[in-house]
Design a protein around this ligand. Sequence first.
Ligand SMILES: [Zn+2]
Ligand SMILES: [Zn+2]
Length: 367
Amino acid sequence: MTPIEFRRTIHRNPELSFVEHKTAEFIEASLAAEGISCRRVADTGVVAKIEGRGDLTRAVVLRADIDALPIVEATGLEYSSVNEGVMHACGHDVHAAVLFGTLQRLNAERDFEGTVFGVFQPGEECNPGGASKVLAENPFAGYNVVAVIGNHTDSGLEVGQIGVCEGPFMASNDELRLYVRGRGGHGAMRDKIDDTVAAAANIIARLNCLNEDELVLSIGKVQAEGATNIIPDLVYMEGTMRTFDQQLREHIWGEIAAVAADVDSYFGTTTQVDISHGYPSVVNNVELTDIVRGLAAERFEAVELDRRYTAEDFGFYTVQYPSVFYRLGVGSAAGRSHTSTFAPDERAIAVGVDFMSELTLRVKIGL
Ligand SMILES: [Zn+2]
Ligand SMILES: [Zn+2]
């Protein structure tokens, strides 16, 4: 099976995060047909393993995500989704095909040091992130993982362009939910109430002041079911917080609680702060990024990218192992991802396979 055929089959049969059952079965069968050993991970994920020569405990991990999105496809492609309301609109079908093609090639040539793992990972699009579930099973126990390598399609880049960013590349994302509670009542009888609305407004204003170069914090929803003359018992707020720095991230968790406590002490309210921890920041290893940059410049075209405030569960790997995540150009004609008409140029798959295969061979760390 060619990587393009592989991609089209996955594209035609998309599945949402953490229910990639048929996708996983198809991947297992495709790997088996190539004589590549594999097993399940994180329920609907698949880990392939290919042994090279030399010290087999030295491992390079290649990762692709495999989940789709709740979108009705409108590309009109002959291999459009047959699962109404589900679509590969983030290019994860392309990522899986690039990984499959890379494993095919590495398996045929077997000309590398150590062991190569290929992780077809479920659930990138939803918390807690399939990456955290994969790593929780410790699938590389006993191995010295010298690199985890991943890529993502990018329609801001043309086919043949590889996007590179050293160090912090993508942000951590945390979901904030705040419940400001107090004695509601008549808006005119201020001595009998705790002004939950004023307290909430103060919290928003003070949280907004936490924004800085390395941090974004936005409250996007405020619910106060009062009236002109009613102060409600509860004001609910939610928002997002993103940063590139784990220390700053943890510091701000404390700051948010401190702001809420301080406002509460003034207004007599009680604020519950729930922070749902999302993905950690994607931080690219400098040495690995250099290899990506060099290879891209030599074989294709390297494009230096700015860091992004979007998040990616690849961050979980970067916390644990030396890792690199780069962007694969799929052409501006592909349109925007996460839309019903997103259609990557399939020529990017051959570029992706060439690039990932060669990159795997060039990772000399640990030798
Ligand atoms: Zn996505
Ligand atoms: Zn994606």
